[in-house]
Design a protein around this ligand. Structure first.
Ligand code: PEP
Ligand code: MG
Length: 905
């Protein structure tokens, strides 16, 4: 007989003080991150309010069955609820001394603020009396009840939160008070009655027949009904649109589900010896070794994150009367947690009448700068070793460090200052709603999202915006936490900013500035500065901590990292970023600007003399290009790819020409000019292809127009000879693109070798220039053994290889149907961004067969995948020699390559 599936797990102590926890930190897939670490904290003796966790798998079973409970689970929950009541000697809903619980989501991967939570569950018209009796604090009790109804209605029943906020504001207006805290117990009691009325009016009896009493919907009084509905809501929140969007952005599987943690409530709002807060064991913005976070006295958890009241720094806590001991204990726990988890942790805690409780801990999210700094410090402190330090920094996060900053020489006036919540600078038009941010981005306009404070519904706008600016909230507010996670620049808590979201404008206290929608603003999330107008931005340099971690990474990686670059500036940047060569120089990028005219002359003329003259001009230009590139990369390999794209890409668009001819005709234009344009049109039409990507391009161009590769090889060889004579060490390699048969390569290799020999003789220098090919067609991959006999190296062009393996047009499908495929899980991810296993098989086959044909073959990859960390893991497994990527991805690739090598150990 198979063991029945265990779906619910207890944590915390029993009535005798024994730990009865059933889980631990390794069980995140079952208990979610929060549940697993609550269990772990209980196991290491930290003060955790007791409770139980319903597994993630139960959530998925419930969702997959169409929101139907798996058999027996409700009975198990009932047993664990009874057990919890026994453990702490209180009953949910009790009229004398009620147990209140929180019901919180907790997925295996952290998804901060994306899913739902219900607090104070168990309050009803009877248990409220018990709470008043126990606390002797009617105001606190009624406040808890009104919060519960408000939260339950919003989170579980989906009612608009404004219905309740408006009622509170109306009550404050009538009473003539400003703050919620000025409302009395009687006021709050009245609000509870009003809230129940709102519930009755807005919840549909048809949808919730079980809530109908005497013909109308009533706020549920039975705590078991409350609990069941709350758990269902948390399960349901796994699939709410913002959670789905967050998972997509963070590549989290939709199949994990969320756990539900049902936990005894502790109260941070029981007076001045109670408090609640969030903290990090180190500074998550810059990595400094200091306790970091905020707390609020006499408040409940969501008050801190919501930014409703201004918080105090965590370091002050131990100096506050009545909170000294809890403050000291908390700091001891910070150290204990770091020693236990060997990482920087983030923590939620509550102090109830002087007694500290830990509500959550998880590995803290941090900026890239902090990740580097903490990894290096922890290695020095002996908490982790070098390998672990290298593993600790997410390669994609490094992008943040390569983010723009304000140009130090830029001239600007600071308009306002706020908290430097997430580093990097952003410039864009001010927009005042998430929807407007999305619309601006879709229209190709850069924008900065300006909000009083963000909430999870703003996620789409936060992703769309260049930066985020809020007038309220601390460094652990929603805006700050999410922006840091996304690597988006963010300045928060700019108190001087008065935002009128309705009017889509903001004023700045102490100035007469009005920021209207569409006005350009700039922000610097590293310093917390806001500027009216567009400030010039610059990219930062690679120094300090990043250098250290990359040097450590270089000790472990097996893959080389080269860059794709086609001009001396990018070549220099690549070298500065640590590239060990150029893996792909796309020579067609050298044929733009004025050069386009020359190649057009070549393509469109039949006259040999005119053509030769054009090619001569191109030769001069190319020789200069290559000279600059090889000089910059002195001593390092530079793979130059011969011309690849279909020739019509260099020609005018026939559509535009057609329009011009029609215009000339309509306006009685010059007849000779019209005749010339018509001739041109005919020639351009002659180059039109049904499938240009599968047409006259790549090596086929060189076979049809041998003068082109001859010119390019001559330019490469001439530039090399010149540099050699100057005493430098140029190392060009010639790459033939889009080969499908060995015969193609053999023919073009012969051309290249002949020209190289000619130049060597003419210049009187020895030229040893390797010739290789791109593998970007399935036929090339499967006949790689033959092709390798003619190649010194292979470079896998995985952009074209993906295109031709799938038969997906690389220029179209990402906008056409790939998004739908992703949504419907027909593809797990975009194969043009991360290498597909099918395409990877061809690469693997190409490498293996290639080595059969030429044991000395050097193999790399130069498609976009070369800079993608997930793909780099695959390429490392396959055993490529190097990856080549855009210059800014070079640091990312160095780190990812090291992590891939360490994973193999
Ligand atoms: C490729 O196809 O992967 C490649 C690098 O070449 P291009 O993107 O220039 O076609
Ligand atoms: Mg290609």
């Amino acid at each position: 007989m198979t063991e029945p599936v265990k779906r619910v797990y207890a944590f915390g102590k029993d009535a005798q003080g024994n730990n009865v926890t059933e889980g631990n930190t390794t069980m995140k897939a079952t208990l979610g991150g929060k549940g697993a670490n609550l269990a772990e904290m209980a196991n290491i003796g930290l003060p955790v309010p007791p409770g139980f966790t319903i597994s993630c798998q139960t959530c998925m079973e419930y969702a997959n069955a169409g929101n139907v409970w798996p058999e027996g689970v409700l009975d198990t929950i009932h047993e664990y609820r009874l057990d919890l009541e026994n453990r702490i000697g209180k009953k949910i809903g009790d009229a004398e001394d009620p147990l209140l619980v929180s019901v919180r989501s907790g997925a295996p991967m952290s998804m901060p603020g994306m899913m739902d939570t219900v607090l104070n569950l168990g309050l009803n018209d009877e248990s409220i009396n018990g709470l008043i009796k126990q606390t002797e604090n009617p105001r606190f009790a009624w406040d808890s009840y009104r919060r519960f109804i408000q939260m339950f209605s919003n989170v579980v029943m989906g009612l608009d939160g404004d219905l309740f906020e408006n009622a509170i504001n109306a009550m404050k207006a009538v009473r003539g008070v400003k703050s919620d805290t000025d409302l009395t117990a009687e006021d709050l009691q009245e609000l509870v009655a009003e809230f129940k009325g709102i519930f009755t009016e807005n919840v549909s009896g048809e949808e919730y027949p079980a809530l109908v009493v005497d013909g109308s919907v009533q706020f549920p009084q039975d705590p078991m009904v409350q609990l069941k509905l709350a758990i269902e809501a948390v399960f349901g929140s796994w699939n709410n649109p913002r959670a789905v969007l967050y998972r997509k952005k963070n590549k989290i599987s939709d199949d994990l589900g969320t756990a539900v943690n049902v936990q005894c409530m502790v109260f941070g709002n029981k007076g001045n010896t109670s408090a609640t807060g969030v903290a990090f064991t180190r500074n998550p913005a810059n990595g400094a070794k200091e306790f970091y976070g905020d707390y609020l006295v006499n408040a409940q958890g969501e008050d801190v994150v919501a930014g409703i009241r201004n918080t105090s720094p965590i370091a002050d806590l131990k100096h506050v009367e009545g909170l000294e001991e809890a403050g000291r204990e908390l700091e001891e726990i910070f150290v204990l947690l770091e020693n236990h988890f060997h990482d920087m942790m983030d923590i939620e805690f509550t102090i109830e009448q002087g007694k500290l409780f830990m509500l959550q801990t998880r590995v803290g999210k941090r900026t890239a700068a902090a990740a580097l700094h903490i990894a290096i410090d922890m290695e020095k402190e002996g908490l982790i070793d070098k390998k672990e330090a290298v593993r600790r920094v997410a390669p994609d996060q490094l992008d943040q460090l390569l983010h723009p900053q304000f140009d130090k020489n830029a001239d600007y006036d600071v308009l306002a200052r706020g908290l430097n919540a997430s580093p990097g600078a952003a410039v864009g038009e001010a927009v005042f709603s998430s929807a407007d941010a999305v619309a601006a981005a879709e229209a190709g306009r850069k924008c900065v999202l300006v909000r009083w404070e963000t909430n999870p519904d703003d996620l789409a706008g936060m992703i769309a915006a260049e930066g985020i600016l809020t007038s309220h909230g601390g460094k652990t507010s929603h805006a700050a936490v999410i922006a840091r996670g996304m690597g988006a620049p963010c300045v928060c808590g700019v108190e001087a900013l008065k935002i009128d979201a309705e009017k889509k404008q903001a004023t700045v206290a102490g100035t007469d500035v009005v920021i209207k929608e569409g006005d350009m603003i700039s922000l610097d999330g590293t310093s917390g500065i806001v500027v009216l107008g567009a400030v010039d931005l610059v990219m930062p340099e690679l120094t300090g901590d990043l250098d250290t971690i990359l040097e450590w990474a270089d000790e472990f990686r097996k893959l080389g990292v080269r860059a794709n670059a086609d001009n001396p500036e990018d070549a220099k940047l690549s070298r500065d970023f640590g590239a060990s060569g150029i893996g792909l120089c796309r020579t067609e990028h050298m044929f733009l600007g004025e050069r386009k005219q020359i190649i057009q002359t070549f393509i469109l003329n039949d006259d040999d003399a005119v053509r030769e003259k054009a090619v001569g001009e191109l030769f001069e230009a190319q020789t200069g290009d290559f000279y600059g590139m090889f000089k910059e990369m002195d001593g390092l390999p530079v793979i130059v790819r011969l011309l690849d794209p279909p020739l019509h890409e260099f020609l005018e668009s026939p559509r535009a020409l057609d329009v011009e001819i029609a215009r000339l005709e309509a306006t009685g234009g010059d007849k000779t000019l019209i005749a010339e344009k018509r001739m041109l049109m005919e020639r351009i039409d002659g180059f039109a292809e049904q499938n240009p990507m599968l047409g006259l391009r790549g090596c086929r161009l060189g076979i049809v127009y041998p003068i082109l590769p001859e010119m390019q090889v001559r330019a490469i060889a001439t530039a090399t000879a010149k540099l050699k004579k100057e005493g430098l060490d140029p190392k060009p390699e010639i790459m033939i693109p889009l080969v499908s048969t060995v015969a193609e390569l053999e023919k073009l290799r012969a051309v290249a070798e002949k020209i190289i020999a000619e130049v060597a003789a003419e210049e009187g220098v020895e030229l040893d220039i390797e010739v290789g090919t791109m593998i970007e067609l399935p036929r090339a991959a499967v006949t790689a053994d033959e092709i390798a006999t003619q190649a010194d190296f292979f470079s896998f062009g995985t952009n074209d290889l993906t295109q031709t393996t799938f038969g997906f047009s690389r220029d179209d499908v990402e906008a056409e149907f790939v998004p739908q495929y992703l949504q419907e899980h027909l593809l797990p991810y975009n194969p043009f961004a991360t290498i597909d296993p099918g395409v990877a098989k061809l690469v693997e086959m190409g490498v293996k067969l290639g080595h059969e044909g030429n044991p000395d073959l050097v193999c790399g990859v130069c498609g976009e995948h070369g800079g993608d960390p997930d793909s780099i893991h695959t390429f490392n497994k396959i055993g490529l020699d190097y990856v080549s990527c855009s210059p800014y991805r070079v640091p990312v690739a160095r780190l990812a390559a090291a992590q891939a090598a360490l994973e193999e150990e």
